[in-house]
Design a protein around this ligand. Structure first.
Ligand code: ADP
Ligand code: ASP
Ligand code: MG
Length: 457
């Protein structure tokens, strides 16, 4: 059996859903499990409505919901689902009635909790799969609509919940296997789950890729297909570098680094469950389903190119911490990291000197609490508006002179931090955010002038 995950743009409207039906229809013999994101930018819209309501803008919030409702109804109608799908339109109406209730409640309370954000956002995937399921059935593909909240069981960290794998693996098998055995295509919501008490949770923005690999690993799928709006993992984000080329094959380790350092094409956690079961992951273009895409696998063949791809992440903050009392006294680093750990804030890049430590974070929700704690042991200064640019490739491991080439490529850019060697397959720079596109393009020009045809398209 295989997993076919379709992202937001791949189910954004009637034409996109029609393409999905075509892709799934061609793969019925491989027993696909379909995992889908919310349609287009629905998640943003739902969260915007929740925020507006909590800020006292009830009417505006209802306006946003109204637009979303119109779009869902009209795309379902354009798919011809108003005949032959009894109850579909009533169910869509019910979802929006429930959303209006949530929005009313948030407006009354004047507060937005992570728990209510999840309750609101989850409707996006519930609606898209409702329509996709009806679409598949109406195109002669026997499908069954599942409820991920019954089998993706998570902890209580609303908006970024972690799956509890023991419970989840067993529940996924228990719910999905009988449907597959009955010869049907299970249609599963990405992104959402529930905690042990059945309260709706979500596993983090962009998390449908992760849902796909969680389900794939639990079911021992032989292929996890991530269908998106680009030809695969490219040598850089094609929105920044239009001439970026497709990477044919890449290792799990390389893909994980790229995802972690900002290549949005894959959610950072996607690779873990696949690695656990050594399941290949394919990244494919739902707009050009006949293209080969990118294969992510245990071991990629050797490449003549040093770098496989360049990732970047903006909205980064540098925290500079200078020891006020002692020169890097014993325990100083431990004390610093203990504070970040206490607030569960991951640190991405670190560099140290004799008396100071600089590190970067991209989640600033708890930054001021962290700074307050740090100031008890050190002088602290914070610089926002930064970006991380990260070159990834197996060959960076031990290629002599590579740092020189990298530095040459970015010589006219102010480099604030560099990290090399931490993972052996990446070199990471921290720069001013407004230099990101230029930095990525310069690096791309240097490292992808000649392409190894075995690895690149
Ligand atoms: P989906 O909705 O299918 O999950 P996303 O928008 O999350 O799609 O991810 C696809 C986008 O990722 C692409 O449109 C592209 O702009 C961006 N992206 C960033 N880095 C890369 C890369 N190295 N290769 C391909 N796409 C990338
Ligand atoms: N719909 C969710 C989001 O927009 C999850 C996903 O698309 O992967 O973040
Ligand atoms: Mg995505």
């Amino acid at each position: 059996m295989i997993i076919c995950k379709f992202g937001g743009t791949s189910v954004q409207d009637a034409e996109a859903m029609e393409r999905v039906a075509g892709i799934v229809g061609q793969r019925v013999a491989a027993k696909p499990v379909v995992v889908a994101s919310a349609m287009g930018k629905t998640t943003n819209g739902l969260l915007e409505a929740a925020r507006l309501a909590a800020d006292g803008e009830r009417e505006k919030a209802l306006g946003v919901l109204d637009e979303l409702k119109t779009r869902h109804l009209s795309e379902a109608r354009r798919l011809g689902l108003d005949t032959g799908c009894p109850g579909l339109f009533t169910t869509i109406d019910e979802h929006f009635a429930e959303l209006s209730n949530i929005v009313g409640g948030l407006a009354t309370l004047g507060a937005l909790t992570p728990r209510s954000m999840d309750a609101t956002a989850a409707h996006g995937e519930r609606l898209s799969t409702l329509i996709l399921h009806a679409c598949l059935n109406s195109r002669g593909i026997p499908a069954e609509l599942m409820d991920s909240r019954r089998f993706i069981i998570t902890d209580d960290s609303f908006t970024r919940a972690s799956p509890l794998f023991d419970l989840t693996d067993a529940a996924v098998r228990q719910h999905i296997m009988p449907v597959l055995r009955a010869g049907k295509v299970p249609v599963v919501q990405g992104f959402i789950g529930s905690n042990r008490r059945g309260v709706t949770t979500t596993i983090g923005r962009g998390g449908s890729d992760y849902s796909a690999s969680i389900v794939g690993a639990a079911l021992d799928a032989y292929d996890i297909q991530i269908w998106t709006d680009v030809d695969g993992i490219m040598t850089a984000d094609p929105r920044l570098v239009p001439e970026a080329r497709r990477v044919r094959v890449i290792s799990f380790d390389e893909a994980a680094e790229l995802a972690y350092f900002g290549a949005r094409v894959l959610h950072p956690a996607t690779i873990l469950p696949a690695v656990r079961k050594k399941i290949p992951v394919h990244v494919l273009n739902s707009y050009r389903p006949d293209q080969e895409g990118t294969l992510i696998t245990d071991e990629a063949p050797p490449s003549e190119n040093t770098v496989k791809s360049i990732a970047c992440k903006t909205g980064i903050t540098i925290v500079n911490i200078t020891s006020s009392r002692m020169l890097m006294a014993h325990g100083f680093l431990r004390a610093i990291f203990e504070i970040f750990d206490r607030f569960q804030v991951p640190v991405d890049v670190v560099s140290t000197s004799e008396v100071s430590v600089s590190l970067t974070v991209d989640d600033i929700t708890h930054l001021w609490d962290i700074v307050t704690e740090l100031k008890k042991i050190a002088e602290v200064n914070v610089e926002g508006g930064k970006a991380i640019v990260c070159c990834v490739g197996d060959n960076l491991r031990g290629t002599p002179g590579v740092l020189h080439l990298l530095m040459e490529a970015v010589k006219d850019i102010n480099i604030l931090m560099v990290s090399q060697g931490a993972s052996a397959i990446n070199v990471t720079f921290v720069i001013d955010e407004d230099q990101t596109a230029r930095c990525v393009r310069n690096l791309h020009d240097v490292f992808f002038q000649k392409l190894d045809p075995r690895i690149f398209d």
